[in-house]
Design a protein. Structure first.
Length: 210
């Protein structure tokens, strides 16, 4: 007999409500279990899966971590389903975007620098529902450019090889309200503030206040 017949459809839905899983920060030393003589750790998996820091996917997560470093909020963990990428200690909602001249695949020319800025329907993890209004969810955007163009010495972990452009979401909404992508030149034209890593936190706070 089905659960719906036992409890009724509405009661069954209530009983099947599953809360979000709390993710605990891992150390990397955790081992795979029941693998016989294969002794591998979570760190082995991370090295296997995430060593390509130049490709678009992992470079994006790396850029988020770099901005989190600047904000002093790396003690927590990344939450992939939040409406925005980072939340500062002051409550500033930060969206991080990244682009690079060099890619991990073969290129005929350096890539053009552009970023995705499409408004989205925010998702509420408590109600498990999407917002009805499509908008940009953050207070500030940080556009991270891996500027280095010498393939032999390219190292995304060297913060001197990055540059950062910070812009309040309010300015972005006013200048390009429905636009899905934006070039670096356009960002500069509408007032994005260029800075190095050492000034990133201060620049984010300035843009959030203006």
């Amino acid at each position: 007999m089905s659960l719906e017949k036992i409890y009724g459809k509405e009661n069954c839905r209530k009983r099947m409500q599953i809360s979000a899983i709390e993710t605990k920060k891992k150390t990397g030393n955790e081992q795979f279990l029941n693998a016989g003589s294969d002794v591998c750790t979570l760190r082995d998996f991370w090295a296997w899966a995430y060593s390509d820091l130049i490709g678009n996917t992992e470079r994006g997560r790396l850029a988020e971590f770099i901005v989190a470093m600047a904000l002093g909020i790396t003690e927590g963990i990344s939450v992939s389903w939040d409406k925005y990428d980072l939340l500062s200690k002051e409550g500033i909602r930060v969206e991080v975007k990244t682009s690079a001249y060099l890619q991990s695949w073969s290129q005929q020319n350096l890539s053009k620098i552009s970023f995705g800025i499409q408004p989205t329907y925010g998702w509420d993890s408590i109600t498990n529902e999407y917002d009805t209004e499509q908008k940009r969810q953050s207070d500030v955007y940080v556009f991270c450019v891996l500027k280095h163009i010498d393939q032999a010495t390219l190292n995304p972990l060297d913060l001197s090889q990055w540059e950062f452009y910070v812009l309040s979401t309010a300015v972005l909404n006013k200048a390009v309200p429905g636009q899905k992508t934006i070039s670096l030149n356009k960002l500069l034209n509408i007032g994005a503030k260029k800075c190095e890593y050492a000034m990133l936190y201060k620049t984010i706070k300035y843009e959030a206040a203006h």
